[in-house]
Design a protein around this ligand. Structure first.
Ligand code: FMN
Length: 284
């Protein structure tokens, strides 16, 4: 599978086969996850990821690490930390999603957890340092062929099989002029990859405004009021944004479209949207 196919194929998995991941795959994923230096994320934050094996833990103890019995059967987890700072959440989401897509390509299931896990339990395992945040984790393993009842319930509650239509997500020049698939030209598949991104509670908070005829795509957040005040400095919707940016950049790379991220609010008419970053294609 190439990147775009992988993005289309990925779905969150909360029910795992108890069969251990084969050692070669584990080794390959571990090297990718923990490689140093990681390719720098768009805003240069220091993010670190670990592939942990909880196989020696009592199953009751393991169950307590993921609350509500949401995750079944997994013994491996990818745990990430990032130094607190501007755009740290976007960088964290970007890097975590690169690992999620690598695992997906290898036939492994994942489910990013930002809420239903015991943050302090994982923090202890990675010796979380001063000024570091542990925003999310994901189990990783072979997907079970049948989803548990809790898994199915989560998918139904979040409407995980659905995505908002293009006209609610993508715009031209200002936030009230819709951009359709054909208008996006060479970038249409990249925006479709943004649309398919996973997001906390499937809120899909990303909005993109394409400016003029140029390959300039401005990314904005449509924040859900009151959604994420639970843990100071951890903003799940900014993680969602980093994931969407990762999908955009990796799919653009696969289509041979080079570009860079920068932060320079173009001052477009964007209503209540919060500006985050701009992709400028090199053909500009
Ligand atoms: C930042 C983030 C946090 C998430 N937190 C949780 C969580 O705490 N528990 C959970 O079961 N799923 C969680 N999810 C998974 C979403 O519910 C899921 O991505 C969304 O419903 C779309 O489904 P899909 O990933 O199968 O496409 C999270 C996803 C993201 C991106």
């Amino acid at each position: 599978m190439n990147i775009i196919e992988t993005i289309h194929h990925r779905k969150s998995c909360r029910t795992f086969d108890t069969r251990p991941v084969d050692p070669e795959s584990l080794d390959e994923l571990g090297r990718f996850t923990e490689s140093r230096p990681r390719p720098s994320p768009p805003f240069g934050s220091a993010a670190d990821f670990h592939l942990l094996d909880f196989g020696d833990m009592e199953s009751g103890e393991l169950k307590k690490l993921t609350t509500y019995g949401v995750i079944k059967g997994a013994r491996h987890f990818i745990v990430g930390t990032v130094k607190s700072g501007p755009k740290a959440m976007e960088d964290f989401g970007y890097c975590l999603e690169e690992i999620v897509l690598k695992a997906t390509m290898m036939g492994l299931g994942t489910c990013i957890l930002g809420g239903t896990f015991k943050r302090s339990g994982f923090a202890e395992k990675v010796n979380l340092g001063e000024g570091e945040l542990l925003p999310a984790v994901t189990p990783v393993g072979y997907p079970h062929d049948k989803r548990s009842m809790v898994d199915r319930m989560f998918r139904t509650l979040a409407g995980s099989d659905n995505r908002k239509p293009w006209k609610e997500l993508f715009f031209h020049d200002h936030s009230s002029r819709e951009l359709d698939y054909d208008d996006a030209g060479e970038y249409s598949d990249c925006l479709e990859c943004v649309r398919l991104a996973p997001s906390a509670s499937n809120r899909q908070p990303w909005r993109v405004i394409k400016e003029g005829r140029a390959d300039a795509f401005h990314f904005y957040l449509k924040r859900t009021p009151g959604y994420e005040n639970a843990v100071k400095d951890i903003k799940l919707q900014n993680i969602d944004m980093g994931i969407a940016m990762c999908h955009f950049a990796l799919s653009a790379g696969e289509r041979g479209l080079a570009g860079i991220w920068d932060v320079h609010d173009p001052g477009l008419e964007a209503g209540d949207l919060e500006y985050i970053a701009t992709w400028s294609g090199h053909s500009n």
